[in-house]
Design a protein around this ligand. Structure first.
Ligand SMILES: Cc1ncc(COP(=O)(O)O)c(C=O)c1O
Length: 470
């Protein structure tokens, strides 16, 4: 068949890869295990559109309304809305619902790009709050209340605050502390909880953002629960959010033909969460604990350990093997048929979900046991994260709509940057469009390149040219 996508996906499916990456259903295995094979096997047969009886996501009155109410009860919100364009569209609608043109919103500097993109769409001004960073691994450790307080006290025109929690690496921020403060100030609090759909399943995972007082949280159900890619939920628990305004933005942003397969998959994730979730999560935590204990006895492999973190994320540090995470990702995939979520110079990140079973962890332990003895040749070069606050010349929208040109990066000091520069880790935008390029940043980007670090956002993947405002 002349179908390159289907052919490749079939190859991957047939190779039976052990998945420690998103989506949370882990190659669909969980549906068979729990007796939902019919749902999985017939998903195409139930794909449909708005016909009598199927309701309408944009103004639900029947089955979609009922299903959203079931989810809302379970996730302890006042209202829950199903999203068919990921958390991305929930973030867009939430920010534009609470901010008008030229309004200001405080956001963590390591926010997802959809946050800044919304500021471009809605002509909104982001005010950055810098997270703490673990200098040994480059991981962002979340923002502090005091830093948010300072920004709110300095500028009373701030409309709202958006914080990512948990982060990609599973680091949790104390949402309650921040929401208690913001509500005294009458500011709306949005939490990007893309990585936290599963949090309510066990007390060792913490407490969801909505339960801690966030006005709006958006969760990528597809990332950590058994749900299809792109399906998310937006939860509201607030008497200061205009829900009709939010819904009108969702009507603008989302498809006018929302996928019934995605909506059905959210409903299935909710059903599994309600009926089997706690038990499966206990099982998952036992498997994770066993694996963590096993890793403790290894010589050269260790786990990143941070007290405020989601235990279903395993960030395996590979530095003592004299190997970068990139190399270990390749070895895991090529020799052991295990795929991780991401790798970086210091290690690999595994996303575990209730879709993973005992067998997955046995294979992982076996692979790590072998890899523990496979020491690389060279010491790894480390680069220190630059400690700086970039100077802003234009806001993201002004920069986006300006004329741009590409110049050699070595000539760019003092110019206004026209693209994002986001090294992973920590996934924090070193520079965003509209900010001034400095020598320190250019040196850092080139060091990142020399150790094989992934720098997202720049059009020139060789990092030799950079786009500036003309
Ligand atoms: C922190 C964070 N927020 C939002 C998103 C966007 O989520 P989605 O892929 O569901 O649109 C992501 C995606 O990776 C993310 O990591």
């Amino acid at each position: 068949m002349n179908t390159p996508i289907i052919n490749k996906l079939n190859d991957i499916k047939n190779s039976d890869i052990v998945s420690f990456h998103v989506p949370g259903h882990k190659n669909g295995k969980i549906f068979d295990r729990l007796g939902y094979s019919d749902f999985k096997n017939n998903i195409v047969n139930i794909d449909t559109t708005e016909i009598p009886g199927t309701d309408n996501l944009h103004s639900p009155e029947e089955i979609i309304k009922e299903s959203q109410e079931i989810a809302s009860k379970l996730f302890k919100s006042d209202h829950t809305i199903f999203l068919v364009n990921g958390t991305t569209c929930g973030i867009q609608a939430a920010i534009m619902a609470v901010c008008s043109l030229k309004d200001k919103i405080i956001v963590n500097r390591d926010c997802h790009q959809s946050v800044i993109n919304t500021c471009i769409l809605g002509d909104i001004e982001p005010v950055y709050v810098n997270p703490d960073i673990d200098m040994k691994t480059g991981i962002s450790l979340g923002v502090k209340l005091d830093d948010i307080k300072r920004l709110v006290e300095e500028d009373h025109s701030i409309k709202a605050v958006l914080i990512t929690s948990p982060t990609y690496y599973g680091i949790n921020t104390d949402i309650k502390l921040i929401s208690d403060y913001l509500h005294k100030k009458n500011k709306i609090f949005i939490v990007d909880e893309a990585h936290g759909s599963h949090i309510g399943l066990n007390e060792r995972l913490g407490v969801s953002a909505i339960e801690q007082g966030a006005d709006i949280s958006i969760q990528s159900t597809h990332k950590t629960l058994p749900c299809f890619t792109q399906a998310s939920m937006l939860h509201i628990k607030s008497n200061i959010v205009d829900i009709n305004r939010l819904k009108s933005f969702l009507r603008i942003i989302q498809s006018s033909s929302p996928s019934y397969m995605l909506m059905a998959s959210i409903e299935m994730a909710v059903e599994i969460y309600r009926k089997h979730g706690k038990e499966l999560m206990e099982e998952l935590i036992d498997n994770i604990d066993e694996t963590k204990n096993y890793i403790k006895n290894l010589k050269n492999i260790s786990l990143y350990n941070y007290k405020h973190s989601d235990i279903t994320k395993m960030y395996i540090i590979t530095k003592d093997l004299n190997r970068s995470g990139y190399e270990i990702e390749d070895i895991l995939r090529e020799k052991y048929n295990i795929q991780v979520e991401l790798s970086n110079p210091y290690g690999v990140l595994l996303i575990c979900s209730i879709g993973n079973d005992k067998h997955d962890f046995e294979k992982l332990r076996q692979a790590l046991g072998y890899i523990d003895n496979e020491i690389g040749d060279d010491d790894l070069i480390e680069v220190d994260y630059p400690n700086y606050i970039p100077e802003k010349a234009l806001n993201p929208r002004g920069a986006f709509y300006s004329n741009k040109k590409s110049i050699p990066i070595k000539d760019a000091v003092g110019k206004i940057c026209a693209e994002y520069i986001v090294p992973y880790p920590p996934g924090i935008s070193l520079l965003s469009p509209g900010e001034i390029i400095t020598k320190e940043i250019i040196d850092y980007v080139q060091n990142c390149k020399s150790i094989g670090m992934n720098v997202a956002g720049m059009e020139d993947k060789n990092l030799e040219f950079i786009k500036i405002i003309d």
